[in-house]
Design a protein around this ligand. Structure first.
Ligand code: SP5
Ligand code: ZN
Length: 342
């Protein structure tokens, strides 16, 4: 399987996130890509390519112009106010009863265009966001050109980002941009299978009223886990999209014995949709020792997940999402890819 990546993610680094009573280095860090690339090579995957540059038109098919403008201007505006210190983040959020119309202040933009405290901006953030799109669209193009599969090894991840909100380490929804690009390139139907530990609230919301993109997700129940407010089984789509959103919330501590039947149910829904391309939002934060996750999958479980997905026999685009247990992240991710490819 051809693997696409870019070096331009590296500047998105150095920010911190809140954990209990302290600020810790962000779990979503550049070394994630390095360890995954090393493990892929170790497992014999040698077809590794740098991404090509794409323009922003495919991003604007999914995200609003005001939001994309904010992503580009956030750090420069912040730096103009505070100098090159720290990282840009919201002080408050536009909530019920408040205007949600940004003005010229970067703080109002952060309030209207981010929904949590896990999307910091530093000098290299926009270049990294753009590189993740390039990686994903390069891989999507490879599948559109007839490849059986491709892996977009991108960061930052995307599945928490909606049309006009960033959150949960996610800025642009890479998988959604790829899905829309494939449709614009002639595909009739796309399925997005999201196996990240967290619910992909952004992807769900982008396609919620559409019947051309099936969204199927396995994730920790929102009653116990981030993003808390979305991801229930009762969310089945609306209008034309009714029946094209499929959530399977699972309990904390879920092991492969319960995970695999849930995956089989999701894969049956994917098969019934008969997509031209399957997009897999590939998070491995379902691993037992993941510092952000709370499932109990073991490293040896991940090849099985890859093989189960491969059994569909669909052209498949893997897009990297979460996974933060740095010591095992590479092996776990490569295990899915190797399990799929065998
Ligand atoms: C793409 C992705 O995986 N984003 C995840 C964003 C999660 N942000 C919330 C972090 C909450 C941390 N909870 C600590 C749990 C310790 N087991
Ligand atoms: Zn996640």
């Amino acid at each position: 399987m051809r693997i696409f990546h870019s070096d331009e993610h590296r500047g998105h680094a150095g920010a911190k996130e809140m954990r209990y009573d302290e600020l810790i280095p962000m779990c979503e860090s550049p070394d994630r890509i390095d360890t995954i690339l090393a493990a892929l090579r170790e497992q014999g995957h040698r077809d590794v390519m740098q991404a090509s540059r794409f323009d922003l038109a495919p991003v604007l098919r999914v995200h609003t112009p005001g939001f994309v403008d904010f992503l580009q201007r956030c750090w420069p505006l912040w730096e103009a106010e505070f100098g090159p210190r720290g990282f840009a983040t919201a002080y408050m959020f536009g909530m019920r009863g408040m205007d949600q119309v940004p003005n010229g202040s970067v703080h109002s933009m952060l309030s209207c265009y981010t929904f949590d405290v896990c999307v910091p901006f530093v000098a290299g953030t926009w270049a990294a966001i753009r590189s993740a799109v390039d990686v994903t669209l390069s891989a999507a193009q490879h599948v559109a050109d007839g490849a059986d599969a491709a892996f977009a090894l991108c960061r930052p991840p995307g599945h928490h980002a909606s049309a006009d909100l960033a959150g949960g380490y996610c800025y642009v929804n890479n998988a959604a941009v790829a899905a829309q690009k494939l449709l614009d390139g002639g595909a009739s139907r796309i399925a997005i299978l999201d196996v990240d530990y967290h619910h992909g609230n952004g992807t769900q919301s982008i396609f919620y009223d559409r019947d051309d993109v099936l969204y199927a997700s396995l994730h920790a129940t929102p009653e116990r886990e981030y993003p808390f407010l979305l991801g229930y089984a009762r969310e089945t789509g609306k209008g034309r999209g009714e029946g094209f959103n499929f959530n399977q919330p699972l309990p904390l501590g879920t092991r492969i014995d319960a995970y695999r039947p849930a995956l089989a149910t999701a894969l049956a829904r994917v098969r019934a949709h008969a997509p031209d391309v399957l997009v897999v939002s590939l998070g491995v934060d379902s691993y037992i020792r993941d510092p952000v996750g709370g499932f109990a999958l073991e490293s040896d479980d991940f090849p099985t997940i890859g093989a189960d997905i491969a059994a569909l026999g669909l052209p498949t685009l893997f897009v990297m999402e979460g996974g933060y247990a740095i010591a095992e992240l590479g092996v776990n991710t490569a295990n899915v890819i190797t399990g799929f490819a065998q």
